[in-house]
Design a protein around this ligand. Structure first.
Ligand SMILES: Cc1cc2nc3c(=O)[nH]c(=O)nc-3n(C[C@H](O)[C@H](O)[C@H](O)COP(=O)(O)OP(=O)(O)OC[C@H]3O[C@@H](n4cnc5c(N)ncnc54)[C@H](O)[C@@H]3O)c2cc1C
Length: 266
């Protein structure tokens, strides 16, 4: 579930290769991409995200990937055939250095299940990937204050938004992790308080964030809220804001970034 509008950047499919991969915290691997084609990528910041094509069956089929990932693009991707087509997963631009050019992606390490998390753990320099820029979910609506709520999968998005908000912004960011050691330095405006919460092993995502959100004394005025992370966390966070706090639903952007026990649909 998500009310994020997908946009299509002019760059279409961008090719890149892994420059390096490093574990920045115990459960986060930062994969840095590089390559000349990255010069066509336009970084707009905030939670800018993309569909990443991972060449789990070799990189030959990357050249057959669609330029866009709408209905036609998805059909083109499906036509590649299950045994050859790259696996597609959604990720956030953690940072972009145009002068290099280099693009960082922070992958949550969540065990051996799935494709992207395990791929990041064994990614090596020179591996080829491709991605389709899908723009920002963050809409920056006119508001009196900002509210950001995320689990570890939304940490890159939260960090990007905090970095790119006007320095005069006010509000709260709530970031829930499953290991305190996965905390990262963020560049929040001085008026935005960042609350780091840690759930116990075995607790569902949102176990700490949702009660904290329910108890949080909201500043006066109209907020713009951004709630992302595990599906149930994002849905419950949005429900609380709209139904219990009476915030106009158009001022709440939310997205289930992943779902417990379910493989990503693309
Ligand atoms: C717009 C957007 C931006 C995103 N940005 C990022 C990002 O920058 N960094 C990031 O790490 N994730 C991000 N995600 C989430 C990421 O796309 C999912 O976690 C994805 O499912 C990972 O794919 P996978 O192949 O590793 O696992 P899948 O094949 O999708 O799932 C396999 C199993 O792993 C579980 N699983 C998947 N993700 C997680 C997780 N994070 N924690 C615990 N268990 C998990 C599933 O429940 C399932 O049981 C983003 C999602 C969206 C929609």
């Amino acid at each position: 579930m998500s009310n994020i509008a997908v946009t299509h950047a002019a760059s279409g499919l961008v090719y890149a290769e892994v420059a390096r991969a490093e574990r920045v915290t115990p459960h986060m691997v930062r994969v840095t991409l590089t390559g000349d084609d990255l010069r066509r990528f336009e970084h707009v910041g905030f939670d800018q995200w993309f569909r990443l094509a991972l060449p789990v069956h070799g990189d030959a089929a990357l050249r057959r990937m669609p330029q866009r990932f709408g209905m036609t693009g998805m059909l083109k991707w499906l036509a590649i055939g299950k045994d050859a087509r790259p696996v597609i997963r959604n990720y956030t631009v953690r940072d972009f250095r145009p002068e290099m050019p280099e693009l960082d992606i922070d992958f949550v390490v969540h065990g051996d299940d799935g494709t992207a998390g395990p791929w990041a753990q064994r990614a090596v320099a020179g591996e080829r990937v491709a991605f389709i820029d899908q723009g920002c979910g963050w809409r920056g609506l006119a508001s009196d204050w900002q509210l950001i709520a995320a689990d570890e999968s939304g940490l890159p998005a939260a960090a990007g938004i905090l970095r790119d908000l006007p320095r005069g912004a006010r509000g709260h960011a709530i970031i829930e992790l499953f290991d305190a050691r996965d905390r990262q330095a963020v560049e929040a405006p001085p008026g935005v308080t960042v609350h780091w919460l840690v759930r116990d092993p075995g607790e569902a995502p949102g176990a700490r964030l949702l009660p904290f959100l329910a108890d949080l004394a909201f500043p006066e005025g109209l907020p713009y809220a951004f709630v992302v992370g595990e599906q149930a966390l994002a849905a419950a966070g949005r429900r609380h804001l709209v139904k219990e706090r009476g915030i106009d639903r158009r001022h709440v952007t939310f997205s289930g970034y992943w779902k417990r026990g379910a493989t990503s649909p693309s």
